[in-house]
Design a protein around this ligand. Structure first.
Ligand code: DUC
Ligand code: ZN
Ligand code: ZN
Length: 483
């Protein structure tokens, strides 16, 4: 039997290997990898090109309403169109519960939004902000069993934060039902205290956003999230880690054998606190939480990726337009009113490729691991997603490793009116993106279709299973005590 598609002669990079071969695709899946597979019904000449697995962006806010009631600028169509043009073939945004919501209903509503518009494949994490008994005892177990196996919790934001007792209850539920927990780790009361003092002293400009959320508040909350996880033996991933001090806590936990994972994002490699300090309210374009740190912090984030302390590189795409009255223009009032977040779906992979692989800070295998393979393994998408292997979906990115691109928002495909990376000079670009063997982006243009994206429910992966060890020998889940 022939192939629907043969991608010929590219240099294939996986998390482990780099080799030249043809890829044969049938029915959207890779069915052969070998020398000289001949021609398919369609053939792509990839000689001189690099091929990596389609990117998995495991943290993005798409068509989501923020804790202060503002909708993201991107909907499912514009966000996934933009992701595709940047080499991403799977996105994993959040079905976000706000207080009082039924999470079952939130997930159903989110499906209704995503289904007709998604141009690439997708899964959902849930956000749990209201772990009341019927959610913990009834709705969540049902949803986890249906394959919504990961959720995010917050230690900050008035409308979202859980207290320590609630965190423990949610961790315990996750362990009982086999779910994986992502934690936004910043100390809420410290931020509220500092912000109030800053505003009272008249410090309202965007740069004070970073002053109100210093590394110490991230460090403390990271340590707390880890310690609570240790008490109940629940693996967790700390999302969007920004600072060397939080990474110190994570490295410490990993060295103790705790199953603690970390994610970081482009804004912590390519933006810094000084970017918030610009004339007028320009700095609001770079406001996200945790905030970008001082420039001297950036090498520590690179090291965390290179050394495997951070396993996942996501965008945390949270798009709020600069020109919108309920977007970044809120900075005209004060930094506390500004919706938090920066866009990054489309540039996540090109930025890391150019500045990481191209400049020798990380190797191509690490690039593939943190942009595709690790998120697939952690979140239960492998072996279908995250690698180039026989049996996997033909989610492929064909790179021109030498293409020089000066970043301009006019090149991008989101619904935003700016990119914080304007003017950066990159080398290497994803010139063709295939999702299940279908070209969805080519030569910086979107050629896919709304509704093509498929939803993926997800089993728990081995990486997210508990270790089976408790600090005192007391297992709070079954009451047993074995000192
Ligand atoms: N911080 C978040 O916690 N979520 C969205 C974006 C941001 O900056
Ligand atoms: Zn967050
Ligand atoms: Zn986020």
């Amino acid at each position: 039997m022939g192939y629907d598609l043969v991608v010929k002669g590219g240099r294939i990079a996986t998390a482990a290997d780099l080799f030249e071969a043809d890829i044969g695709v049938r029915g959207g899946r890779i069915v052969a990898i070998g020398e000289d597979l001949g021609l398919g019904d369609r053939t792509i000449d990839a000689r001189g090109r690099l091929i990596t697995p389609g990117g998995i962006d495991a943290h993005a806010h798409i068509e989501q309403i923020s804790s202060t009631g503002v909708w993201t600028a991107d909907d499912w169509f514009t966000a996934t169109r933009s992701a595709a043009c940047g080499g991403t073939t799977v996105v994993m945004p959040f079905a976000a519960q706000h207080k009082g919501d039924s999470i079952r209903q939130v997930v159903a509503d989110y499906h209704d939004r995503a289904g007709p518009k998604a141009c690439i494949d997708y899964g959902f994490h849930m956000i749990i902000s209201d772990p009341r008994p019927e959610i913990v005892d009834d709705e969540l177990p049902e949803l986890i069993r249906k394959g919504y196996t990961s959720f995010k919790i917050y230690l900050t934001y008035d409308a979202l934060k859980l207290n320590d007792r609630e965190v423990l209850e949610v961790y315990a539920l996750a362990r009982r039902e086999g779910a994986f927990v992502m934690v936004h780790a910043e100390n809420h009361d410290s931020i509220a205290f500092l912000a109030q003092k800053l505003l009272a002293a008249g410090h309202k400009a965007p740069k004070f956003h970073a002053v109100s959320r210093p590394q110490a508040v991230e460090r403390e909350a990271t340590h707390r999230a880890i310690t609570l996880a240790e008490l109940v033996d629940q693996p967790v991933l700390i999302v969007h880690v920004s600072g060397a001090e939080a990474f110190d806590q994570i490295r410490w936990a990993q060295a103790r054998g705790l199953r603690i994972y970390a994610e970081t994002c482009p804004q912590y490699l390519f933006l810094c606190a000084e970017d918030l300090d610009q004339p007028g309210i320009e700095g609001a374009k770079c406001m996200c939480s945790p905030p970008p740190r001082e420039k001297a912090n950036q090498p520590a984030v690179w090291r965390a990726i290179a050394n495997g302390v951070a396993q996942v590189f996501s965008s945390d795409h949270a798009p709020y337009r600069f020109g919108d009255a309920d977007g970044k223009q809120k900075a005209l009032q004060d930094f506390k009113k500004v919706p938090n977040g920066v866009p990054g779906l489309e540039l996540r992979m090109p930025l890391l490729f150019s500045e990481g692989v191209g400049k020798g800070r990380i190797d191509i295998h690490t690039f593939v691991a943190v942009t595709a393979t690790n998120p697939a393994r952690l979140y239960g998408l492998s072996p279908r997603k995250g690698s180039i292997a026989v049996g996997a979906d033909a989610d492929l990115v064909i790179w021109d490793p030498d293409r020089a691109v000066t970043v301009s928002h006019s090149l991008l495909h989101d619904a935003m009116d700016y990119t914080p990376y304007e003017g950066m000079q990159l080398t290497g670009w994803p010139i063709e993106t295939l999702c299940r063997g279908v070209t969805v982006a080519k030569e910086m243009e979107f050629v896919g279709q709304a509704g093509f994206g498929q939803f993926h429910s997800r089993p728990l992966s081995d990486m997210a299973r508990p270790v089976g060890r408790f600090p005192t020998g007391f297992n709070p889940h079954d009451g047993s005590y074995q000192p």
